[in-house]
Design a protein around this ligand. Sequence first.
Ligand code: ATP
Length: 337
Amino acid sequence: MSQHTITLIPGDGIGPEVTDATVRIVETAAKQHGTTFSWERHDAGADAFAKTGEYIPKALYDSVSTTKVALKGPVTTPIGSGFKSINVTLRKQFDLYANFRPIKNLPGLKTKYPDVDLIIVRENTEGLYVGLEQEIVPGVCTSLKVTTEKGSTRIAKFAFEYAAKHGRKKVHSIHKANIMKLTDGLFLKCAQAVAKDHPEIQYAEHIVDNACMQLVTNPYQYDVMVMENLYGDILSDLCSGFVGGLGLVPGANLGEHAAIFEAVHGSAPDIAGQDKANPTALLQSAVLMLRHLDETATADSIQGAIDAVYAEGKTLTRDVGGTSGTSAFADAIVAAL
Ligand code: ATP
């Protein structure tokens, strides 16, 4: 009987709703396979600040340092305030350099793009997300984009090693090196060097604006896509549209010493607290977490239950054309287990 301790960060907005649903499902499936989970719950963001005076309490850092694995709901970053993104801060603190986002259709859920199966690998610690912004004089602001050889090489290695291990055929680097000749130029140079070590995998490069057009015209030409931070943020949302939207797409933030699993979506304040949120994205992030923990049987049975509920199509949330609420959807998954 295996036992895991996980740091649980419910977050805000729809975070607590999708987290509760996910924990309930994971615990049900785990029990069936003789596995138990204990959760160390921690607030982050505005809620944590109100209680502890810190946006990311020390206890949360300590917990992730010990458990090495966290499941996290979205945490709001207000636009334009001095408030630093909690998501970005956590990724940087634990050097979770690889953001892994699989984009795959669910059975029975009709979209304009059937049978999409691609992987976005987003560099998670550099680029414009380093937060080095300043006001030079009133009316003139700058933001530094940081690209390093180390950061670019390790994200390219991650993409190629994933492709090699999982029988993927192609890796595309997405860039804007025609304009950002030094930063994106360095990114490409590093990716090209890594590509040389993997002659079995095709390698190509697309400029990001063209990649957007190519994606909506023919997403099937892509397999694994690797890119710097901001392009990865934007293309993840774009690609989520292929498979039914942000309510579905999971993510993993991976580093050498820790991993945080979280959905691509944000806190969706427009639907928070109304039992409307789709927990599938966080639930599929939990499936990635279970695979990371080598709990393959539990991961497979949750994915099987998700597939069955979508294939049946009777208990889906509104964002994917259904009429059910968050908890009714979670009940259906538990019943399918
Ligand atoms: P962030 O910049 O923090 O990632 P965002 O700008 O991408 O956030 P979201 O909070 O993800 O914005 O919401 C975008 C839209 O998608 C909203 O209309 C929201 O209701 C919808 N949405 C996001 N997540 C879900 C979900 N799990 N279930 C249903 N709808 C969702």
